[in-house]
Design a protein around this ligand. Sequence first.
Ligand code: B12
Ligand code: SF4
Ligand code: SF4
Length: 270
Amino acid sequence: MLEKEVIEIFYKRGLPVGTCDFEDVSFSYEKTEFKKVFVTLIPYWFKPEMPHNISIYAMLPDYHVVVGELLSEIVSELKRLFPENKFEPHVDVSPINEKKAAVLAGLGFIGKNTLLINKEFGSFLFIGDICTDAEIDLNGKIIPNGCGDCLKCKISCPGKALDSGFDCEKCISAITQKKGELTAEQRDLLRRTKSVWGCDICSIVCPYNQNLKSSVYAEKYKENLLYNLTEDMISGLSNGEFKKRFKERAFAWKGVSVLRRNLEAVKYLD
Ligand code: B12
Ligand code: SF4
Ligand code: SF4
């Protein structure tokens, strides 16, 4: 009976939900009070304006904050159902491997682009998790991998980061976040793809991401999108000023020097 009420808390917000065991997805082997994890997906797809130099998720207000608030609301409702139990919400910055958790919760499969793919939302989604000591099981079924013979993401990846497993040194998304110097090859990758933050190429080409509906999430923030970061916007800003000015954006936490370096690389000519 309580299972039904839990599902309703998520469904009334348009969100799917599943559960998995905390110990199967925890990044550490330390003993903890958590037993289960509620896993949910927050689709964020919308058609971006072209051209743009930041990836789609980062055009929106920072999901760490927005999804974090949404999960906190859900936690308040869960606490009413389970007053004796603990609930800890996370998104991205989490003690668990969120993609694996979503697979075990029956919410999708992991594609060759390494991302969680849900048949309704594609891969343009955030994964939210709520760790709990409540023993609740929503009995999701594992969905088999649906990539088949497709190789579109591997073929389209500009750095060939997906050729064997996943190579962070060749992935534009990882390169735009990395601290310190970039190699000549990495600078060239940013210049060729005009990428200042993140990368969507292995998602954009995926058959599961064609004809997606614009998400409710993105609709809510359509007046507050940032498609391009330019040198003018950050010129002369100290790190503190940069973080303050872009406090709503997911890239702000990395600091101004990483973004400056990426903007330099984008215009770099051999
Ligand atoms: C580190 C990290 C990155 C790194 C490394 C990514 C990588 N591919 O390894 C970098 C900076 C590159 C990155 C980039 C991006 N990321 Co990221 N990232 C993370 C983070 C913080 C941890 C991931 C991690 O290291 N996992 C540990 C490793 C060992 O796991 P793994 O490589 O996935 O392998 C496991 C699974 O694949 C699983 N598995 C595989 N097949 C199967 C099958 C079955 C049946 C089972 C049970 C398990 C299973 O088993 C493996 C071993 O445990 C997560 C948040 C989190 N807390 O989980 C977000 C997260 C994965 N990122 C996310 C996003 C959105 C992105 C970007 C799309 C952002 C962008 N537009 O640039 C890109 C995509 C790049 C890409 N192609 O992967 C989302 C994923 C959304 C989705 N649809 O999957 C997450 C979940 C954040 C969130 N809460 O929404 N990311
Ligand atoms: S995010 Fe971009 S660079 Fe990274 S694997 Fe996907 S296509 Fe390749
Ligand atoms: S592009 Fe093709 S191979 Fe890559 S994740 Fe999507 S379906 Fe799988």
